[in-house]
Write a protein that binds this ligand. Sequence first.
Ligand SMILES: *[C@@H]1O[C@H](CO)[C@@H](O)[C@H](O)[C@H]1NC(C)=O
Ligand SMILES: *[C@@H]1O[C@H](CO)[C@@H](O)[C@H](O)[C@H]1NC(C)=O
Ligand SMILES: *[C@@H]1O[C@H](CO)[C@@H](O)[C@H](O)[C@H]1NC(C)=O
Ligand SMILES: *[C@@H]1O[C@H](CO)[C@@H](O)[C@H](O)[C@H]1NC(C)=O
Ligand SMILES: *[C@@H]1O[C@H](CO)[C@@H](O)[C@H](O)[C@H]1NC(C)=O
Length: 879
Amino acid sequence: MSRVGVFRHVLFLLFMCYCVESCVQKYIQVQVPEMLEPGYVVSQVNLDDCGDGPLGLISSDPDFTVQMDGTIQAVLVTMIPEEGRSFWITVHDRKGHRWFVDVILSPPGQVSSNAVLRRSKRRWSPPPFSIKENDKGPFPKQMEMIASDSSVNYSVYYKIGGSGVDTPPMNLFSVTRNGMLSVLRTVDREQYDKIVFTAYAYNTHSDQQTDDPLPITVLVEDENDNAPEFAGPMLYAVQEKCPMSTVVGKVIATDKDQPGTLHTKIKFTLRNGTDLFKIDPYSGEISAITNTLDRETSEKYILEIEIRDMAGDPSGLFNVGRAVVSLNDINDNPPTFAQPLYKGQVAENKADVMVLRIPVEDRDLKNTPNWKAVYSITKGNETGNFNIKTDPVTNDALLYVTKPLDYEKQQKVNLEVMAQNEVPLVGTTSTWQKVPVEVQVEDVDEGPEFSTSILLLKVKENVANGTLIGTYTAIDPETKSNKDIKYYKLTDRGSWINVMDTTGELRTAMTIDRESPLVYDNTYNITLKAVDRSQKSGTGTVVILIEDVNDNVPVITKPDQVICSKDVTGSSILIEANDLDQKPYSDPFSFELGSGTDGQWKITSTTATSAKLQPVVALPNGQYQVPILVNDLQGFGKEQTVTVRVCDCTKGGVCAPQNLSTTLGVWGVLAMLLGLLLLLLLFLLCAFVCSTKGEKMAMLDDAVDGGMLLKSNLEAPGEEVKDELILISGSGEMMDFSKGTGMLEHQTQLSSFDTGFGQKQNFDSMRHNSIQGFMTNTLPHGQYSTGTYGNSYKKYSTMSTMDGWRENMIQLDTKLAYFREDADTRYAEDILKPYGYEGVGSPAGSVGCCSDLAEKESLDFLDSLGPKFKTLSDVCTSK
Ligand SMILES: *[C@@H]1O[C@H](CO)[C@@H](O)[C@H](O)[C@H]1NC(C)=O
Ligand SMILES: *[C@@H]1O[C@H](CO)[C@@H](O)[C@H](O)[C@H]1NC(C)=O
Ligand SMILES: *[C@@H]1O[C@H](CO)[C@@H](O)[C@H](O)[C@H]1NC(C)=O
Ligand SMILES: *[C@@H]1O[C@H](CO)[C@@H](O)[C@H](O)[C@H]1NC(C)=O
Ligand SMILES: *[C@@H]1O[C@H](CO)[C@@H](O)[C@H](O)[C@H]1NC(C)=O
């Protein structure tokens, strides 16, 4: 071993005040295998004599550990050399006593002879030693003596350095030259639990270090000088009605003293609230010991908690804190109604009005789903009149009427309203509450109501005036009777219907005409009003569906036609007819030629509503009246005349203009003559009437109002004069001539007469084709004719002054006929004489003359009329 060697046994420690007998054996010698596994139990230190309380056991060899119970174990795989291996165990108790146990391991079969010797060498290695914290002194307090191995051969002195000396904690230790270590002041374990400094040994003479520096470890022993403290906020929450043993939370406490010792072993205690909660004494966990925690009783609990170290020993230090346990709400309370019944009122016929506000109470946390109410109507909304809403602020139920109620049907509505929350109920046995609600419907005086808002009536057109077509009545909804209700028309565009104000009977006031422009789609609407005594009213509509009857004959739409004289036989005209009625009272029409056409014309049907009219023979220029019978599908029709002009045409298909004389022709001249003749006759008649006292016949001296109708199927000249537009025909059918649609034939003829003595004079001769008297032909035809017009009537319009003339002419005719029949032939010379028709061969045509010779002078002017008229006058004078 070198002089300044690496010293395994450098220092030895001197025991300062330890004179206590050892409680453990001095050494343990065991045989072990050459190789030890980790955990191999080598031996055990017998600690039986060391009394109670914890002991510190430290192994000097890191390859081996020693347990609290003294068991020595290998830590790693450890080889045991042939000469064996040894170390020692330090045992120290709380009072600071310390003992050493040498452990000598020898491989199998060998027993070391110098074991004891070696042991004595090794025990000088320095074990860690300790000082007490918070030591009150007095200081400096001697701790231990150190000595180096070299002190055997040299005179040495000692120095220390490092932490606890010249680095913090400064000035804690000091050493005397001879090696006495002292503690200079109090130390706090919570600040420095272990201090390591270095000891140096110097040769007194040479001041050379005689040994390697030795680190010395000083442990600071703990004293229970810190009370436990609470850590973190002590706020906890748990649901109300939670089951028993539900953990609320854990109280956390700390203690600065040495962990793992009683100084830091904390016991938790609940100081109050122990009927509801408990705390685990060592983990600090709070839990409920009941399932009846009720937020509605107490929202939170404050618990006083004590923490005490030394495992709760009264000598331990303690602290008291407060934990707050809040209860979370659950929906354990349904909304409840205060009253057993609610009543409301609403006027009938009112919609979207609030009827009632129903308050509820919910003890759960306000404005949470546990509190918010949801209402429903469980009974009484079968007709859908109600709705219910929640007041978002007060949580009240708001009952509305959304569909009007009718007092006459229901005076009181019984509802049942249920209140729920937005979330289901939990943790309670109670259920959702229902409450009956009575809504009283208030009566409001209402106007009468028609039995139906639209009444449909079917009526045949042309029914007689005053026909009852139906009854439209209304009743008062309050009294359910139609007493004192009056009916009025609101609209009736044609004033066709009369309504009986007391009964609501509807009668026709006018002819119902389906073909009227007031009728759309076969319907005619009127609206009625029903008014009760209090002047309240209701309205209704009557839709009259008009059924068609065959009251219109087909009418030729264009009765005046032209044929150009060139190529007369080849050309044709299209005759079209129209019937206002509906099918089957309308087309297809049948077209037939009337009588008296003498085979000059031919007619062929082309379409359902038209036919082709063709001349069969070459016709001279002139006007031709072609009677055509047009019947509808029902065979209902009449003969109508189509006037065909045969003329020379211009290029456009119209007649070329002609000069007046040729236009007038023979007939024109005769017609003029007739006018003069009539003037003369009038004069004569006047003279006669004034000069005789004979029978007088009234003369009309001004135009007749409203025209006149003559019956023409009498043999005698017309006598009946009716100032009426309507006549009853033989068949008793109603004929309305005022409409211009019926019996057009007559009007056509009349108009041709009206428009003059000129071009359009209508001569019937073509039709009759027989020689007739001059007067017969020139007077309005049909007057004396009996054949052609059988059962027909005439009407003369009052439009022109010609009517007056015509009237007088008729009267004259009557008079003259009377004269002719008179036995006394005084006036025989004055009467009318028929003359034959000479035909076209005569240069003057056919004339008739009844002028008196005595009047010759007054007819002198006729001389200027030309040769034709001369001939005529010759005829007259020769008689
Ligand atoms: C002290 O001296 C003796 C004899 O000279 C020697 O054997 C021994 O090893 C020395 N001790 C130390 C620690 O140097
Ligand atoms: C416990 O005591 C504290 C104060 O001493 C008090 O505020 C609290 O309400 C008590 N808790 C119970 C549950 O009694
Ligand atoms: C009442 O009935 C009507 C129609 O069925 C419906 O719209 C309405 O929501 C109902 N009201 C309630 C509260 O159920
Ligand atoms: C009904 O009376 C109106 C006017 O009073 C009259 O124009 C109409 O011709 C009459 N109709 C019948 C079918 O009597
Ligand atoms: C009559 O009334 C009915 C029902 O209101 C309607 O459909 C029809 O168009 C009306 N007809 C006329 C002509 O106004």
